[in-house]
Structure formats: structure tokens, C-alpha cells
Design a binder for this molecule. Structure first.
Ligand SMILES: Cc1cc2nc3c(=O)[nH]c(=O)nc-3n(C[C@H](O)[C@H](O)[C@H](O)COP(=O)(O)OP(=O)(O)OC[C@H]3O[C@@H](n4cnc5c(N)ncnc54)[C@H](O)[C@@H]3O)c2cc1C
Ligand code: SF4
Length: 630
């Protein structure tokens, strides 16, 4: 396909949303061109694995391009300089106090007051290259928070509207679960509905938590229970891919692709002669014609990841889909000023583009069980506690789901490496080598075994409220090597969200108490919280109301939070063009032949990991676009 051809549809971004829509439209005989900023994600799979195996810092971005570290003249690996990167993206390496605002290390121009702690990928397949695969449906009440709890916003669609698309998405990406276990908090399935694969078995850690919960009294009036987690991971051979071998490496890369990732669907789409892709092609402006419709998309192309632009072009179509995720999509919209004709960018008559940036900030806690649970076997997580995703408490504080980790203390302290070094060197960073003795021989092996087989952690994914002050805009100071402004981020957490952390901490300690587990969670001191951009302090009274620090009788807690990678909300859907960017169809209010897809359309972050909902909405959008094109 030549690029000067006029297409039925042009899609910007070949991640979850872009790949799913391309496959559907191609199958219906429509000509589709994908513009993808990154390299071909699957052809470099072997290289990605090698890069991950040899990486010193094994963070989610380690396997993928552009490299997050680059050797200097002396061969020492240092964080890659975003000024020198053709297509930068955020990395978790930058999130500590020392680096988060250093422009030669951090791609995003973070203005605070808190750090936005989540990252994404810019490679064929997108962020789904390193996702975990957790595939939840949202709850009916997640769609109507304003109506039910008088907080946040209602969505313009309901669970019932989305139910059929959830089923299609589960079958398209291949989700393993048992419908009989997933019907909690009002979730319903079509009569006789089955997931395409049986569930992944629970781990021994899940069983230990479940046993503990059996003696735990209700929390805020809710009896907690363990539920198997639906996952886009093969429990049996499925769609020519192998079943999960259980080696706990799902983030950042499944070596055998038992976990679905978007390159699976993308490559299926590209088998179709109607679908084409341009890699290393960065959309830089959405062009708006005199009739208010999109008339084309202009792009830059490059050869090397640090070389700058080597070409450019414009492409046109009947329909345009922007699927570049919740930071790069608003960045592209805001860059699309059309020579000053649209000073606030494309699709932005509401001025809502970029606003309401959300995540599920994570409260992380960790403990050792009395009896061994043998983590590090099976996927990173196979079950969770979903019971506190909903309840009357949502009028007062944020809800959360609780992910049961199956990878020891890898997330909280970087184990097994940290404890191993403690035992070899005689240090005690892990708190497991209290004597600070260096061990060797059989003593080393026995000590480490004892320590590692009882470790587990809980991750509380806390609901964050949509706020104007959490926003993506364009940096007026920093650019990437293509000369495009880098994303600027302002970010903070509301009292409602912070009180979700307070509730999570209480529930967490109560769970460990009921299990007879020894908790090792550490919290920052007041001074550390004040200095750390990923920490906050919150003071509250006996009624759970946030009050000024120093109030008599009040309690102050200090928390460190982590990003979940659930980047949401920056081009929200709604019923009113004055306050939303797209309508329920995900169609731009301002430019009727353009659709904005992905989690940026979510009006609230809700209580489930977002990607199954992204996939369901993408399939729905494809259907709407097909009807449009008929
Ligand atoms: C560590 C981690 C674990 C996660 N685990 C889960 C999980 O278990 N469950 C879950 O539900 N979610 C999870 N997520 C979130 C999930 O990965 C995202 O929700 C999902 O990938 C978003 O899909 P998308 O298609 O909207 O965006 P992406 O997958 O990010 O795709 C966007 C694409 O657009 C391209 N692009 C960007 N800018 C441009 C441009 N200007 N021109 C052309 N192309 C462009 C990018 O290169 C990319 O390929 C996780 C995220 C992280 C970080
Ligand atoms: S546990 Fe291993 S095989 Fe299974 S999905 Fe995760 S990485 Fe792939």
C-alpha cells in the first residue's frame, strides 16, 4: 500500500486499542493504515528478552526500545537522555527524589506537587507488551458513582451497555476465568456465558490468604473473600500459543507468549492485505479542514532511536482513530493547533483535553507467613480480594481491589536479589538478616530458602478521583529529538483518595493479623514523606475526616505509593460537549470523523484494571465506525 493513498481509516498507535480495531476493520474489508511511533515490537522479541536478561535494573521498560540506559564513553550505563531520544517515554528508573524532575533523565516534565508514577511504552504493541494480563470487568456501580454515592462522575454508558462487548473482548484476547466466580457486586453474564478458557489455578499464597480471611471479622461491614483473577493468559493451548509455564515473568515479558499481548492481534491484522502499518512514524499534527472535520494527519519518520527525523508526510482517510494512550493522545491533540487556527489544539472546545489524569496509586504491604507458601511459582498474581471494590463507604473514601502477589517481595524490595545480597554481604536492607552476618555454604542456602519461601505481598489499587489539577499539557521548556514538546504533568491526590490509603493500611494489617503473618511493610517518616515526590502525609480525625496537621486528637499517616500503569481520563467521554471531549461512541464532539479510543475516555478510573474495558470499548468503536462507513 502506498502512503499517498486515501484510506478508509487511519489509526495512530498500534497498542491494545489500535491493534484490535485494525483487525476488525480489516476483516470487514476496509483499508486501514496504522501509524506507529515505535519499532516493530515482535520482530525484536529475541532482542527484548536478551536485553531484559542482561539488564541490571529489571523494571517494566527494561526489555523494550528505546533503551532506558545507555553506556557513556567509559562504558558505564547511565539513564538515557530524553533530549537525545527520538521517541522518549517515561521510565520507573526516574521516580526517586533525586531524578524525577531532571530533564536529562526524565522524559515527562513533571511539575508535581506529587510524582506521576506510571509509565507506558512506545513500541509496536504498546504498553500491553509489558502488562500483567489482569482482565477485569468494571462493576455496575463504577459507571454511576455520582448517582449512587454522590462523588466523582457518571459515565454516559452503563455496565449493561458494555456487557456484550466485554464478552467479545474476552474471546478476542483470550481470557482465562470461571464466570460462576466473577458474578460479584452486580456483575452479570449473558445466560450460558463461558470464558474461552478455564481459570489459571490459584497459588499457595492465595490459599493461605483465603484461610486467614475465614477468621477475619468484616471490614467496614464487608466480609472479605479471595476470588480467582481473570487473566489474558493461556491456561490451555489457545489460538496457536502455548499454555502458561508458570515462571513468574509476565511483567515485563512472557518468553513464550502464553500471555496475550497486542502484537498477537496486530500480527493477525497485518496478515490481511487491507491492513498496513508504518513503524517509526510519529503523528505530529491532526489537520482540521474548513468543514471542521479532520482532513489528514501529518507525521515524522526516523531511522534510528537517537537520530532525529529523516522524513515526513501526510495521510488522509474517511475516519481517523487516535489510539496513542492517555498521555501521548492528549499531547498530539494539544500539538494540533493548525497554525494557530485552534490555539487550544484539536478536539478541545471543552478545554478538557489533558485534564483528569488518573491512575490506581498502589498501597503496597508485605509479610512473611508462618507456614511456607512457596511464591515465585506461577504467574505474578492469580487471585485477589475484590470485596472492597464496592460498598457504602464509597461515599466517604476511595475503594480498592487487593492484588495478592505471587512473586515474594520482588515488588516491594527487589527480591530475591536484595535478600541474597544481604545474606552474602552481611547487610540487612531486607530486614531478614537481623544479625547482619555474612553467610556462606549450606548456611547461606538454608537461610535464604527459609526467608524466600514465606514471602508474599498485597497490592491495594486505590481509586483516584478525577481532578482538573491532574493534567497533561505541553512542556514549553523541553523537547524530544524530533523537536516536539515533551508532555508536562501536574499531579496530586485528593483527600478522598488519600483516605482510601488509610483504609487500605488498616485492612492490610488486619489481614496479616488474621493470617498470623509477620508484617514487614515500611512507611516513610514525616521528613521522608515531605522530601519524596511519591509519598504523602494525611491527617484525619476519629470520624475519618481529613483535618489540618496538628489538630488535637487527630492521627497522621505517611504513605509511599506506586504507579499501577493505569493511565486514565485525559479525554473523557460524556453527555455534554462543554465538559467532555468525546461522546459515548468515543467520537470527538468537535470533529465528527475522528474517534479517540483507549482509557483516556474513562470519566473515572473505577475499581478494575482498565485494559479489558479498553478492549471492549475498542471493539464497540470498530462496530460504530463500520456502520459509519457503510
Ligand atoms: C507495568 C504495567 C502493567 C500493567 N498491567 C495491566 C494489567 O494487568 N491489566 C490491565 O488491565 N492493564 C494493565 N496495564 C495497563 C495497560 O498496559 C494499558 O491500559 C494498555 O496497554 C493501554 O492500551 P492502549 O492501546 O490505549 O495504549 P498503548 O498500549 O500504550 O498503545 C499506544 C500506542 O501508540 C503509539 N504512539 C504513541 N504516540 C504516538 C504518535 N504520536 N504517533 C504514532 N504512534 C504513537 C505507542 O507507540 C503505542 O504503541 C499495565 C501497565 C503497566 C505499565
Ligand atoms: S507465568 Fe511465565 S509463562 Fe505464564 S504468562 Fe507469566 S511469563 Fe508467561
Amino acid at each position: 500500500m502506498a502512503t499517498n493513498q486515501h484510506y478508509d481509516v487511519v489509526i495512530v498507535g498500534a497498542g491494545v486499542s489500535g491493534a484490535l480495531i485494525a483487525k476488525q476493520l480489516g476483516a470487514a474489508g476496509k483499508s486501514v493504515l496504522l501509524l506507529e511511533a515505535g519499532e516493530d515490537g515482535q520482530l525484536s522479541n529475541a532482542e527484548s528478552l536478551e536485553r531484559f536478561y542482561t539488564a541490571q535494573a529489571k523494571v517494566p521498560e527494561s526489555p523494550y526500545s528505546p533503551p532506558i540506559v545507555t553506556p557513556d564513553a567509559a562504558g558505564i550505563q547511565s539513564p538515557s537522555n530524553p533530549d537525545e531520544m527520538t521517541i522518549g517515554r517515561a521510565t520507573t528508573l526516574m521516580l526517586d527524589e533525586a531524578n524525577w524532575q531532571k530533564s536529562d533523565q526524565a522524559y515527562m516534565d513533571q511539575q508535581g506537587p506529587l510524582a506521576f508514577a506510571s509509565t507506558y511504552e512506545r513500541i509496536g504493541g504498546g504498553t500491553g507488551r509489558h502488562w500483567l494480563g489482569t482482565s477485569f470487568r468494571l462493576l455496575p456501580n463504577d459507571f454511576k458513582m455520582k448517582t449512587v454515592y454522590d462523588v466523582e462522575e457518571d459515565w454516559p454508558i452503563s455496565y449493561d451497555d458494555l456487557e456484550v462487548w466485554y464478552g467479545k473482548a474476552e474471546h478476542e484476547i483470550g481470557v482465562a476465568a470461571n464466570a460462576a466466580d466473577q458474578g460479584y457486586h452486580g456483575i452479570t453474564f449473558a445466560p450460558g456465558y463461558n470464558y474461552p478458557m478455564p481459570q489459571i489455578p490459584d497459588s499457595l499464597v492465595d490459599a493461605a490468604v483465603e484461610e486467614g480471611l475465614s477468621v477475619l471479622p468484616p471490614q467496614e461491614g464487608i466480609k472479605l473473600g479471595v476470588t480467582n483473577t481473570p487473566a489474558a493468559r493461556n491456561s490451555v493451548p489457545f489460538q496457536n500459543r502455548r499454555q502458561c509455564a508458570g515462571n513468574t515473568n509476565c511483567i515485563p515479558i512472557c518468553p513464550i507468549q502464553a500471555k496475550w499481548d497486542p502484537t498477537v492481534t496486530l500480527y493477525e491484522a497485518l496478515q490481511n492485505p487491507h491492513v498496513a502499518i508504518l513503524y517509526k512514524t510519529v503523528a505530529k499534527e491532526i489537520l482540521i479542514g474548513d468543514d471542521g472535520n479532520v482532513s489528514g494527519i501529518s507525521y515524522l519518520q526516523y531511522e534510528t532511536l537517537d537520530g532525529g527525523a529523516t522524513g515526513n508526510g501526510t495521510v488522509s482517510a474517511e475516519r481517523y482513530i487516535i489510539a496513542a494512550h492517555a498521555i501521548e493522545t492528549p499531547r498530539l491533540l494539544l500539538m494540533s493547533t493548525n497554525g494557530g487556527k485552534l490555539p487550544n489544539g484539536a478536539a478541545n472546545s471543552s478545554l478538557a483535553v489533558g485534564k483528569h489524569l488518573m491512575d490506581h496509586p498502589i498501597y503496597l504491604s508485605w509479610a512473611q507467613t508462618a507456614e511456607p507458601v512457596y511464591g515465585y511459582r506461577g504467574p505474578l498474581s492469580t487471585a485477589g480480594i475484590e470485596t472492597m471494590r464496592d460498598g457504602t463507604f464509597r461515599s466517604e473514601h476511595a475503594a480498592f481491589r487487593i492484588e495478592i502477589g505471587n512473586e515474594g517481595w520482588n515488588f516491594p524490595i527487589g527480591d530475591p536479589y536484595t535478600s541474597t545480597l544481604d545474606f552474602v554481604l552481611g547487610t540487612n536492607i531486607s530486614q531478614l538478616n537481623q544479625t547482619k552476618k555474612a553467610h556462606f555454604g549450606t548456611g547461606l542456602v538454608a537461610g535464604l530458602n527459609q526467608a524466600l519461601i514465606s514471602q508474599f505481598r498485597l497490592g491495594f489499587l486505590v481509586e483516584q478521583t478525577p481532578e482538573d489539577y491532574c493534567a497533561v499539557s505541553l512542556s514549553d521548556t523541553y523537547k524530544d529529538k524530533l523537536g516536539l514538546p515533551r508532555p508536562r504533568i501536574t499531579y496530586d491526590l485528593s483527600d478522598y483518595t488519600k483516605m482510601g490509603f488509610v483504609a487500605a493500611k488498616k485492612v492490610s494489617s488486619n489481614i496479616y493479623g488474621a493470617m498470623g503473618a509477620e508484617e514487614f511493610t515500611t512507611h516513610p517518616t514525616a521528613k521522608e514523606a515531605a522530601a519524596d515526590p511519591s509519598s504523602f502525609s494525611v491527617t484525619y480525625d476519629a470520624g475519618g475526616k481529613v483535618v489540618p496537621e496538628g489538630t488535637a486528637g487527630a492521627t497522621t499517616d505517611h504513605f509511599r505509593y506506586f504507579g499501577a500503569g493505569h493511565i486514565v481520563g485525559t479525554y473523557r467521554m460524556g453527555d455534554d460537549p462543554k465538559s467532555s471531549v468525546v461522546n459515548w461512541e468515543q467520537r470527538s464532539w468537535d470533529h465528527k470523523n475522528m474517534f479517540l479510543v483507549g482509557s483516556g475516555v474513562f470519566p473515572t478510573v473505577a475499581t478494575g484494571n482498565p485494559t479489558l474495558t479498553i478492549a471492549a470499548l475498542a471493539l464497540w468503536a470498530a462496530d460504530i465506525i463500520l456502520a459509519d462507513l457503510e
